[in-house]
Write a new protein. Structure first.
Length: 231
């Protein structure tokens, strides 16, 4: 039988300490095989937080292509470079209107990373935080991971933002774009990773087309989020 005093002390502790429920997984789970579950949690309106460690590839299966893999990147089952653009999980979640969403990169902006995680935890409802996550399948020395994250942000490849529905009540735009406009060429980021060799060492018309399309993906995504943040 449970000790009444212990039970009372537990009840007091529960009332003093805020419970925080986080679900943590990779992009293969969030974008692909577990997307139905992710969508269910976000749609439920429950106070549950999801942290997606986005490596843009199925890391645990040896570098298999996922829906998070960007156009042009090579991976298992995409040896010639992925033909389609990366799925925009954040934009899909925004359609609900009641989900806190953030895209973060520790090496790109550590202050924004802490701010986003703090806001997500405090938000009274579901939250989705998508974190840029280095992976050995990217094909570079991971001791340079923070520098590479910085280039991803500076080139516009990985825009940082926070979408907070709580701002709507005060008449503010819920979307805050934390990135500055791209200040370095996309190639500055791509050249460091062997998964983009087909783009940075153009050897055929197909490679040239994929490079053009990859650059267009980055430009159009940046322009889209810029418009949404201003509207």
């Amino acid at each position: 039988m449970t000790d009444p005093l212990a039970r009372d002390l537990t009840a007091v502790a529960d009332s003093l300490v805020k419970k925080s429920v986080w679900i943590v997984g990779g992009d293969g789970w969030a974008y692909d095989i577990g997307f139905g579950g992710v969508d269910h949690v976000l749609a439920s309106g429950q106070n549950v937080k999801l942290l997606v460690l986005d490596t843009e590839v199925y890391s645990n299966t040896g570098g298999q292509r996922s829906k998070a893999t960007p156009r042009g990147a090579t991976a298992r089952f995409a040896a010639g470079g992925k033909e389609s653009a990366k799925k925009d999980l954040a934009l899909m979640a925004m359609s609900y209107g009641h989900v806190y969403i953030a895209r973060i990169a520790l090496g790109g902006n550590d202050t924004q990373t802490v701010q986003a995680l703090t806001e997500a935890d405090a938000f009274d409802g579901p939250a989705l935080v998508i974190a840029f996550s280095p992976c050995i399948a990217h094909g570079y020395d991971l001791t340079h991971a923070l520098d590479q994250q910085k280039l991803a942000v500076q080139s516009g490849y990985w825009p940082l933002f926070r979408y907070n529905p709580s701002r709507i009540a005060s008449g503010e735009n819920p979307l805050v774009l934390d990135s500055r406009p791209p200040s370095v060429p996309l190639a500055s980021y791509l050249l460091n990773e062997s998964r983009f060799d087909r783009l940075t060492h153009v050897a055929s018309d197909d490679d040239a087309r994929r490079l053009h399309d990859a650059e267009r993906d980055v430009t159009e995504r940046w322009q889209l989020y810029t418009r949404l943040a201003k509207s």
